[in-house]
Design a protein around this ligand. Structure first.
Ligand code: ADP
Length: 606
């Protein structure tokens, strides 16, 4: 039996629960795409199409849609680099959203325009499915103003929207969540430093799940040393170069974005693999570039530990962070004063991939763990796309479950019925019950226990193949018996009880149970709620005088059932339920240990 905090159903009524989400990353030089199954979180198809003068963004996206069989796609998640301070979360793309993305293009001229082309091309082919924009900047929307402001004239800054926005947010958020999951601690209790070290590189202080500092600023040029970007630089250097070296701003832009960083320092390449090989054979530029790169990252670790007043874990990711043993060693050495001690063997052996996402590279005694985490921005974009669609579906879907309170009652087999009510008797219909075909009978019996008897216990029809007497825990105390909590129908080895009817008494060796709380569901309901037969779920009762969550609620699915949760009188009293009460399934998001309990919208109507 699966016990779960249910994840909310992915799609509205009638559609499959798992979604195929196409993630499109339409950049300046290539279009990368991945088709993912949102439930399995598995890649179905992926590819990269390089852009050329003949193959522009539109043609490339059309090709990607062809490669992924567009008819199988349920939704598209588009990576958008710059959302400025307009977008704090992923959004469904409409014309207003596209206008806003266009507005931010002036701060991301290489990134936002191709993303818009990609969106238009995908929407033209797939106009009827949701398209969602996921922004690199969104995770940093929580930067406090002390971290988002440059120390320049505020009116000027506002006029030109000059502030620190931060990038790589999808990656920082993903690895922070994975780290929390690995450490078995809620993300909202942790102070993490995440280091995304790829061709582009940035550091982030993730405090209680939110970004509170990050090294990239208004553009991805600020901060760490990168493949070909300078990172932090004295603005005076820019004046000097403009005056004495380059002729115009665009040339300077190219110099700092395309010909600096590891490439500029080493004079060789932006690729750490080549640089490390050259450094090993004595190349001074290569050695210098490695030293400056690692030093800059270390400086940021110290700064962010100070900014957060401590650090609980350091996480490295990106092509360099995931692969370069020696750079990890250089970056994380001599951090014992922070409580972080690298284990050289673990660092040497650390290997991460999409299956084994996390490797610990610190010693057992290290108070602060360092983790290598495999980033997966595409998966994060797919998750956010699916999450948004799920949210929308839930707003449209009524997820409440009517609750029926079962008073003590019994089901009898033919023989026992005859012994209690006479050979010729038949159960007499008294009233229909909510489950189709079930009815309350006029016949009642007395339960005779060692301590007391309970009279007037009603028979439910039709007759069954096994006797089953359902009482509450309070009834058990009264009777002086100890009955097990059982699913309906599982009476073997349950408690004995004596029954007395108008025509005689019967001593049953088994049959007395305390019924396990359960929900009857039609298969359509099960699909709507995202559960299956025999799942165990949690149901919240809110809005009444004594709210509570019922755990261990068994789901029972059958085409013959009508949606209804059954609890006994003790349980109803504990929640002070009225007759027309309803509950709601408790869902958690799938993102990990920090996931909040959601869905407590239940009402205790009346
Ligand atoms: P991007 O920022 O373009 O997504 P990646 O995160 O893929 O970049 O990182 C690419 C960089 O990772 C390469 O340029 C290279 O410097 C580095 N890298 C990749 N593999 C290795 C390796 N095995 N050893 C050292 N560095 C590596």
């Amino acid at each position: 039996m699966t016990k779960l905090r249910t994840t909310k159903p992915a799609l509205p009524y009638g559609r499959s629960l798992s979604m195929n989400i196409l993630v499109i990353n339409c950049g300046s030089s290539s279009v990368k795409y991945q088709l993912l199954d949102s439930l399995q979180e598995a890649i179905i198809t992926e590819g990269t199409i390089e852009l050329t003068p003949e193959v522009g963004a539109v043609v490339a996206v059309q090709q990607a849609l062809k490669d992924t069989h567009s008819e199988t796609i349920d939704a598209v998640g588009h990576r958008v680099v710059h959302g400025g301070d307009t977008f704090r979360d992923a959004v469904f793309i409409n014309s207003e959203v596209k206008e806003k993305i266009q507005e931010w293009a002036s701060l991301a001229p290489l990134h936002n325009p191709p993303a818009l082309l990609g969106i238009a091309a995908a929407q033209a082919v797939l106009p009827d499915i949701p398209h969602v924009a996921v922004f690199d900047t969104a995770f940093h929307a929580t930067l406090p103003r002390r971290a988002s402001h440059y120390a320049i004239d505020t009116a000027l800054a506002e006029k030109h929207r000059i502030r620190r926005y931060g990038f790589h947010g999808t990656s920082h958020q993903f690895v922070a969540q994975e780290a929390a999951r690995y450490l078995g601690r809620p993300l909202n209790e942790l102070r993490l430093i995440t280091l995304h070290l790829g061709n582009g590189a940035s550091a982030c202080a993730v405090e209680m799940g939110s970004s509170t500092e990050t090294s990239m600023g208004m553009t991805p040029l600020e901060g760490l040393v990168m493949g070909s970007r300078s990172g932090d630089i004295d603005a005076g250097v820019i004046f000097k170069l403009l005056r004495d070296e380059v002729n115009d701003v665009n040339a300077l832009d190219d110099l700092l974005n395309l010909h600096s960083g590891l490439k500029g320092l080493s004079g060789l390449s932006n690729d750490v693999r080549e640089i490390e090989a050259a450094a090993a054979s004595g190349h001074d530029g290569a050695r210098l570039s490695i030293a400056v790169f690692a030093h800059r990252v270390r400086k940021y670790i110290g700064a962010y530990a100070a900014a957060m007043g401590g650090v609980d874990a350091v996480i490295v990711t990106g092509g360099i962070g995931e692969n370069s043993v020696s750079l990890r060693q250089r970056i994380l050495q001599r951090l014992e004063f922070l409580g972080l001690q690298v284990d050289e063997d673990s660092n040497q052996c650390a290997s991460v991939d999409h299956r084994n996402k996390v490797a610990l590279i610190t010693t057992e005694n290290s108070r602060v763990p360092a983790l290598v985490v495999k980033t997966n921005e595409e998966l994060m974009i797919a998750r956010q796309t699916a999450g948004l669609i799920r949210q929308q579906a839930q707003l449209k879907t009524d997820l409440s479950i009517p609750i029926a309170v079962s008073a003590r009652h019994l089901h009898l087999d033919k023989g026992t019925f005859a012994l209690l009510f006479g050979d010729d008797a038949e159960p007499t219909h008294h009233a229909d019950l909510s489950q189709p075909g079930q009815f309350a009978c006029k016949e009642k019996v007395t339960l005779v226990g060692p301590r007391n008897s309970i009279e007037g216990v009603r028979l439910l029809g039709p007759l069954r193949s096994k006797n089953q007497i359902e009482v509450s825990r309070s009834d058990e105390y009264l009777l002086g018996v100890d009955a097990p909590v059982r699913d309906s129908g599982r009476v073997k080895g349950s408690a004995p009880i004596t029954l007395t009817g108008p025509k005689g008494s019967v001593r049953l060796n088994e049959g007395l149970i305390c019924a396990r709380r359960h929900i009857h569901m039609h298969p359509d309901d099960a699909q709507r709620f995202g559960v299956k037969n025999k799942d165990e779920v949690e149901v919240a009762i809110t809005g009444g005088p004594r709210d509570l969550i019922f755990c261990d609620v068994l789901v029972r699915v059958s085409p013959g059932y009508r949606l209804e949760m059954h609890i006994d009188t003790d349980e109803a009293n504990a929640a002070e339920l009225d007759r027309k009460a309803s509950g709601e399934l408790v869902y958690t998001d799938i993102e990990g240990p920090s996931a909040n309990i959601k869905g407590l919208k239940t009402s205790n109507q009346n």
